[in-house]
Design a protein around this ligand. Structure first.
Ligand SMILES: Nc1ncnc2c1ncn2[C@@H]1O[C@H](COP(=O)(O)OP(=O)(O)O)[C@@H](O)[C@H]1O
Ligand SMILES: N[C@@H](CCC(=O)OP(=O)(O)O)C(=O)O
Length: 370
């Protein structure tokens, strides 16, 4: 069966943390594995970190730069070097690759999102393995994914991938950071991300010396990907051949089960076919509830309504500065919404004089834009 497989490898697996030199045997094994998957009929995308780490090693810098300008300059040095190595090694196996550098804005605007989607599809159709990274050299803070775990999850969602592998320097997720907690318990299967809060899993707030985000960003990535129906696995970068074993059913790493997608076709229709006729501006709490927690939109989180529309029309949901974050079908007209924005759901029947829907846009009728 041909599957779409996104593999993300972190700096901590690509380089030797003490010297900053490339971990050549890991990279070679990764390239052999991905090429083998491709020639077996799968569509493969590699999301590779390492531009900053490799750039630092090339320039003799011994720690990750703090200033934005230096980081961007170093990434420009490292990205070229990284691609040179990938291209040499993949070419020795006759596997064509492509460099795809993205910023968050590329997946935020509908037209650019579709453009990115079409380019990926064309590359995959040509049998190419796209090698993706954040466009660190030009991305400004507000328009960054910020870490490649999130970037890989967004790419996996964009392509409706079957698998997302997050390769890192630990073999799986533990109940606490195994570096500092020798008693930390391994976690093999996560059926619902919210289980982790119940299990009180500690993720720290940063990773290894060269990594970004540690487990926090991997779990955030697993949330995005599994919500889009992508099975996500955290496993060890040092053994890329484990990817093949996992695909064959071996229980390695931590598996996050994909959430059922009963509304997939409907959501695709909302995202692609409907023309939005109004705009709802949301406060930060509502943006987080929708984008991170997968919740419905309530009147309390809306700050402004633009355009004239009826109930059941499609609208854009925007953040405070007007960036599109989602699209959805509204349960109220613009005239009704003008009366109830910012108000608690319990107040709505009194304000409108009748009992309407509890949500303004139900999550089944809401599709994130990036
Ligand atoms: N609960 C946990 N389970 C496993 N690893 C954890 C946990 N909490 C924090 N970590 C740390 O996360 C690190 C991996 O993150 P990071 O360095 O950002 O890797 P990468 O470069 O692969 O993205 C591990 O080395 C580990 O120390
Ligand atoms: N885009 C950056 C990587 C950022 C990042 O998420 O790094 P990592 O935690 O090592 O996956 C780079 O190429 O250095």
């Amino acid at each position: 069966m041909s599957e779409i497989i996104v593999v993300k490898i972190g700096t901590s697996s690509l380089t030797d943390p003490s010297t900053g030199n490339l971990a050549l045997s890991t990279i070679a094994a990764l390239i052999e594995t991905l090429t083998h998957l491709r020639t077996s009929g799968h569509r493969v995308i590699l999301v590779s970190s390492g531009a900053v780490g490799v750039g630092c090693a090339r320039l003799g810098l011994r720690e990750r730069p703090r200033s934005m300008a230096l980081k961007q300059a170093v990434a420009a040095v490292g990205q070229g070097r990284l691609m040179r190595i990938y291209d040499d090694l993949f070419t020795s196996l006759q596997q064509p690759i492509a460099q795809v550098l993205l910023t968050r804005s590329d997946l935020m605007q509908r037209s650019r999102y579709l453009n990115a989607y079409n380019t990926f599809q064309e590359l995959l159709r040509l049998g190419v393995i796209p090698v993706v990274n954040e466009n660190d050299t030009v991305a400004i803070d507000e328009l960054k994914f910020g870490d490649n775990d999130t970037l890989s999850a967004r790419v996996a969602s964009l392509l409706e991938a079957d698998w997302l592998f997050l390769l890192t320097d630990v073999d799986r997720l533990y109940s606490a950071d195994p570096r500092n907690n020798p008693d930390a318990q391994p976690i093999n299967l996560v059926k619902q991300i919210d289980e982790l809060a119940e299990l009180q899993v500690e993720t720290g707030d940063r990773g290894s010396q060269w990594g970004t985000g540690g487990m926090v960003t991997k779990i955030a990535a697993a949330r995005i990907a599994t919500a889009a129906g992508v099975r996500t696995v955290i496993t060890e970068g040092r053994s890329p051949r484990n990817i093949t074993k996992i695909l064959q059913g071996e229980a390695l790493g931590t598996h996050f089960e994909p959430q059922p997608q009963p509304n997939k076709a409907r959501k695709r229709w909302i995202a692609h076919a409907l023309v939005p006729v109004g705009q709802l501006y949301l406060d930060n709490g509502a943006v987080a509830a929708i984008a991170q927690a997968g919740k419905s939109l309530l009147a309390a989180g809306i700050t402004e309504v633009k355009g004239e529309f009826h109930a059941s029309d499609a609208v854009l949901l925007c953040d405070a500065i007007g960036r599109e974050i989602a699209r959805g079908i509204v349960n109220y007209s613009s005239a009704e919404l003008q009366k109830i924005i910012g108000r608690q759901s319990a107040e709505i029947p009194t304000i409108l004089g009748y009992v309407g829907a509890e949500t303004v846009v139900h999550r089944d009728n809401l599709v994130l834009s990036s």
